[in-house]
Design a binder for this molecule. Structure first.
Ligand SMILES: C[S@@+](CC[C@H](N)C(=O)[O-])C[C@H]1O[C@@H](n2cnc3c(N)ncnc32)[C@H](O)[C@@H]1O
Length: 298
């Protein structure tokens, strides 16, 4: 496995094998990240259109592509994959043989972007993948009403303490009309409502932070919009592969594939989601929640 400080690609070999890369054919990597999957598709002879909404990911992969001398076979585009059809047409990728979505955030974004994705750090509450995004985590935490926060934590995080956490956020805001500005402040508020003997505070923090990030970036809506458009771009027998890290994302993909199979547009290739094996998880902890689903256009 390629270990990369920007981001280590998950389920790499399985993705490549299941996308059945054919030399000379075109592929779209809708979530370029550090380019880990794209680079390997290119090494197997494919031509790639790589999309990412994060300017810093785009800059990183442009440099990496120059260094690895693969510029000829990689078109890099900054944008949101909810516009996948438009981006593909503008770049001559309106007919492709495979599309990959590797959802969520990269290790770089969590560990080094300074944008407040991690509760392990003390950073401004931002969480936008794209700096052009209008809503930040600060806006959600400081401006959403109690009920909306509760719904967000209950639905996106499936967190049992959602009501108490939402109430604690509202209380912290109302004390001398203060603002909640940093990840540390938010973590302390969340922890304050968890009992001392709470078995897994870290899991609750992780779930709430992930739920917030999903809201800030409109991730579920973008996924729902992009899946149908992605199928339009596939040639017959072309494949779509989606790696998700959250049960709500996986449910969206599972239901979409099922509906499209019933409608006669797709055939499901992976009857059950594929997960990383013990060795991969040992080397890359992030892989433990990854689920890969693949379907083929009829
Ligand atoms: C898990 S990383 C991808 C890692 C990549 N496969 C690799 O191996 O290096 C997810 C990337 O998708 C990007 N992303 C997430 N949602 C997006 C969206 N709606 N449109 C475009 N990019 C998105 C993030 O900015 C992040 O860089």
């Amino acid at each position: 496995m390629i270990l990369n400080s920007f981001h280590t690609p998950v389920l790499l070999t399985k993705v490549l094998d299941l996308l059945s890369i054919v030399p000379g054919k075109k592929y779209i990597d809708a979530t370029l990240g550090g380019g880990g999957h794209s680079l390997e598709i290119i090494k197997r002879g494919g031509k790639v259109l790589g999309i990412d909404q994060d300017e810093e990911a785009i800059t990183y992969v442009k440099k990496r592509a120059r260094e690895e001398n693969i510029n000829r076979n990689l078109i890099i585009c900054e944008g949101n994959f909810r516009n996948i059809e438009k981006i593909a047409r503008e770049n001559g990728f309106e007919r492709v043989d495979g599309i990959l979505f590797d959802l969520g955030v990269s290790s770089f974004q969590i560990d080094s972007s300074g944008r407040g994705f991690s509760f392990h750090k003390d950073e401004e509450l931002d969480m936008r993948m794209s700096k052009k995004g209008k809503t930040t985590a600060y806006d959600v935490i400081n401006h959403y009403r109690s009920e909306r926060l509760y719904e967000l934590f209950a639905q996106n995080a499936e967190e049992l303490n959602s009501r108490a956490i939402a109430d604690a956020v509202i209380r912290a805001r109302s004390i001398k009309k203060s603002e909640i500005r940093t990840t540390k402040e938010l973590s302390e508020i969340i922890e304050s409502v968890l009992k001392k003997e709470h078995p897994n505070k870290t899991a609750t923090l992780a779930r709430i932070f992930q739920a917030l990030r999903i809201e800030v970036n409109g991730e579920l809506e973008a996924l729902k919009e992009a899946l149908g458009d992605a199928i339009n771009l596939l040639n017959p027998n072309g494949r779509i592969a989606v790696i998700s890290f959250h049960s709500l994302e996986d449910r969206i993909v599972k239901r979409f594939f099922k509906r499209e199979e019933e409608g006669g547009r797709l055939e499901i290739v992976t009857k059950r989601p594929i997960q990383a094996d013990y060795n991969e998880v040992k080397q890359n902890k992030r892989a433990h929640s990854a689920k890969l689903r693949v379907a083929q256009k009829i």
